[in-house]
Design a protein around this ligand. Structure first.
Ligand SMILES: [Zn+2]
Ligand SMILES: [Zn+2]
Length: 183
């Protein structure tokens, strides 16, 4: 027979009471053991983690790759089933991005001829490095979103397509300003 703290023994009380008491002691014992061996347990855990780290990470990576694929399939299905809506939203987003960009670069008005129709307006790289810039961050909508995420860096201005193109085929100066040599 075993007495603990003089409270109870393995033979007293009903089976259920003994089981209950037993569970309580086991919990107390485990808690006391953990408190006493805290550092050692931590170290064990660290060792275990180091030993299985790569395996764990590989598992996680696989999980995320699988999850990523799953999400991709879902997204594609959504796009296929909601084509109209998705296209409409994309158009709205592109329009909004363009409006914001035009506002950030002096407003929706061609700085050369004064054209205000948004459809005719675009951004022009003042230093004529548009081709290089487009290689970096894409053209059109992608460019507008790139500019937004980069807080609209200087070096651009609003020009209409006429003035933009006129400038490029006229040696860098819009024909409105000066009729140059046509290349
Ligand atoms: Zn213009
Ligand atoms: Zn012009």
């Amino acid at each position: 027979m075993m007495k603990i703290n003089g409270e109870s023994s393995w033979t007293e009380g009903t089976t259920k009471e003994r089981q209950e008491q037993c569970r309580k002691y086991a919990q107390e014992y485990a808690a006391a053991y953990r408190a006493k061996n805290r550092e050692q347990l931590k170290e064990n855990h660290r060792k275990y983690y180091r030993a299985t780290r790569d395996e764990l990470l590989a598992g996680k990576k696989e999980y995320y790759i699988a999850k990523c694929e799953e999400l991709k399939v879902k997204r594609q299905a959504y796009v296929a089933n909601n084509r109209e809506r998705v296209m409409y939203k994309a158009r709205m987003r592109a329009r909004r991005l363009k409006e914001q960009a035009l506002l950030a670069y002096g407003g929706p008005r061609c700085v050369c001829c004064g054209e205000t129709e948004a459809c005719f307006l675009s951004l022009d790289h003042i230093n004529n490095d548009g081709a290089t810039q487009r290689k970096i961050h894409g053209s059109g909508g992608r460019s507008y979103s790139w500019l937004k995420t980069h807080k609209y860096p200087p070096g651009l201005r609003v020009l209409c397509f006429n003035c933009n193109l006129g400038r490029h085929i006229n040696g860098g100066i819009c024909p409105h300003e000066k009729i140059g040599e046509v290349q």
